[in-house]
Design a protein around this ligand. Structure first.
Ligand code: CA
Length: 164
């Protein structure tokens, strides 16, 4: 039942950008697998500990994860790895995460993005780039997993392999 509610909620929030369809109907009723709406995720985060923790949690649940620790590396990674989701830190060593989004837009390679920031996300930038979600740091890993696995992840699964 939770599964159905979550699917419904996701449809109502409707990410216009993602173009992502989930295997929701096939997995409704199954509580065994966490089914991601995404397969290839790019993590852009200069804090190595946090980046690795996120990568470990997503890789452990079957996603293909690539990592970047700067804005420049992020733009390169989008070009080469073609992720279908970006987890994007805003405060990066070379430029900001917003600069990354601006660059991708210019190249017409926009990708659904979850913005991660220790400082409050700038409202006008949120308006400009309308990310899927904004995750304030610090966040429990469950908060991230609920965004990446909106369909079928349950408490029991979240309890396993918890790196928070
Ligand atoms: Ca940072």
């Amino acid at each position: 039942m939770d599964t159905l509610i979550n699917i419904h909620a996701r449809q109502e929030t409707g990410d216009r950008n993602s173009g992502v369809t989930t295997a929701a109907t096939e997995t409704a009723g199954s509580d065994r697998l966490a089914v991601a709406a995404y397969r290839r995720v790019l993590i852009v985060e200069d804090e190595a500990t946090l980046r690795r923790a996120m990568a470990r949690n997503l890789t452990g649940r079957g996603l293909a994860v690539s990592e970047a620790e700067s804005a420049e590396a992020a733009v390169d990674a989008v070009t080469h790895d073609r992720p279908d989701l970006i987890l994007l830190d805003i405060n990066l060593p070379d430029r900001t995460g917003w600069d990354v989004l601006r660059d991708l837009r210019r190249r017409q390679t926009e990708v659904p993005t979850i913005v991660i920031s220790a400082v409050r996300a700038n409202a006008s930038r949120m308006e400009e780039f309308h990310p899927l979600a904004y995750l304030p740091k610090p966040f429990p890993i469950e908060a991230l997993l609920r965004l990446v696995f909106p369909c079928s992840i349950g408490r029991r699964e979240l309890g396993q392999n918890d790196d928070s």
